[in-house]
Design a protein around this ligand. Structure first.
Ligand code: ATP
Ligand code: MG
Length: 392
């Protein structure tokens, strides 16, 4: 069976003069991702990319999943080509459609003829195909008003296409059309979701993970790399910069007041993130912070870390409830990894009574007890880069 995918563009159809740039970026990425599942021909028509296998053995199921994770695509339709005679159309419909209908209760069939020389009228084609579907799936009922699935049959010049219905795509804008951002990626639930959300707006990602060996483990780092791999299924391949904070954390412990540990640590993270962003061409920082979720995410605490940032800091989860964040984490398949119980450097020396309404001047005073710049520079020297290649 010769299956095709129809990928409908999302928001880029609203673009004016620079639509071509968005569309070309989308199609380039679409072709690249498709090429990992087989050999395909990609054609464009009416804000839709049509993908057809040009050799047998293509992984259409894998391709379908990958296209549903491609930002810039609003919906993915599946269809199969049949020969232009009723015998072939009915046999193909009976063989192809049941896999999409086994968990459905109602359907209808719509038919269209671009080729008016075809011997049956559209209503006749629809009725016959409906009969073939009912014979193959006796549990179904026809519902013309509000069917769960609408099967479409299109008789065109070269072939007849049988559509199994449309599936929601990832939406958003093609990755790379809105610059590159550096994601502060911990092993938690929130930051992978934040990375996904910004990638959805067309931001290409790099990530930075701060570790604190031996207080944090090898498994904690593996976990973060696994999370990056999950996000990469949407956002594309990315570099993960790993920087050690062990020395900084130990010095903070020995020299600074306990209630400021977390805030000071987060300021070090911010500064090191600035430097990595600068070096790697990122033009924004991205965090998983959500207002009020923990002591370091009050408005005042965010102000204290934000004061150091030299780039816009995107916090797409800032207005989200934990439950909403978790729902997204499940959708992008990061949740089960995030809840693995490996310690994060933030939880290694957590103050018993963290400052929830810190005053910047007081934090800066505390910070001056240590050589901030020199410590950041030393931490930068510990940087290692792991390239995460996306498996779409
Ligand atoms: P998450 O679920 O993303 O870990 P969180 O609710 O646990 O977030 P914090 O631990 O306070 O919140 O961290 C806030 C944000 O700071 C994180 O979302 C992440 O962007 C960044 N961050 C925290 N710890 C690290 C780390 N070890 N490496 C990189 N970024 C970090
Ligand atoms: Mg965390």
């Amino acid at each position: 069976m010769n299956e095709i995918l129809l990928c409908k563009y999302g928001e880029i159809v609203l673009k004016g003069a620079n639509r071509k740039y968005f569309e070309d970026t989308l199609i380039r990425e679409l072709r690249f991702r498709a090429s990992t599942f087989g050999k395909f021909r990609v054609t464009r028509a009416q804000s839709t990319a049509v993908i057809e296998a040009t050799e047998p053995g293509a992984d259409m199921e894998g391709l379908f999943g990958a296209m549903r994770r491609l930002f810039g695509i609003a919906a993915v339709g599946r269809a199969v080509a049949a020969e232009k005679n009723m015998e072939s159309i009915l046999a193909t419909a009976a063989a192809y459609l049941p896999q999409f209908l086994s968990d459905k209760k109602t359907f209808k069939v719509e038919a269209k003829r671009a080729d008016k020389t075809f011997p049956l009228t559209s209503p006749e084609i629809a009725a016959e195909v409906g009969g073939a579907v009912l014979a193959a799936c006796p549990h179904l009922r026809v519902n013309v008003r509000a069917p769960e699935v609408t099967v479409q049959v299109e008789v065109r010049e070269n072939a007849a296409y049988i559509h199994a219905g449309q599936f929601r795509g990832a939406g958003g804008l093609p990755v790379g059309t809105n610059g590159k951002g550096l994601l502060l990626l911990s092993g938690g639930i929130d930051s992978p979701v934040a990375g996904y959300m910004m990638a959805k707006r067309g931001v290409k990602l790099e990530a930075i993970y701060f570790e604190s060996m031996p207080y944090t483990s090898e498994q904690a780092r593996e976990k973060v790399l696994d999370l990056a791999a999950k996000v990469a299924r949407y956002a594309g391949s990315m570099d993960v910069h790993v920087v050690s904070l062990t020395d900084i954390q130990e010095k903070l412990m020995q020299n600074c007041e306990e209630e400021y540990f977390t805030l000071l640590l987060r300021r070090y993270m911010m500064e090191i993130a600035n430097r990595v962003a600068e070096k790697s061409g990122c033009e924004a920082l991205i965090t998983g912070e959500s207002l009020g979720q923990v002591a370091s995410q009050t408005m005042q605490a965010l102000g204290v870390t934000n004061a150091l940032a030299r780039y816009p800091v995107f916090r797409p989860a800032i207005g989200m409830d934990k439950e909403e964040i978790i729902a997204l984490a499940r959708k992008i398949d990061t949740f089960d990894i995030s809840i693995l119980p490996y310690e994060d450097c933030c939880t290694v020396f957590t103050p018993r009574h963290p400052k929830t309404r810190p005053v910047l001047a007081r934090v800066e005073e505390e910070e001056k007890k240590l050589p901030f710049d020199a410590l950041c520079e030393a931490a930068m020297a510990s940087e290692r880069v792991f390239h995460i290649r996306a498996k779409f």
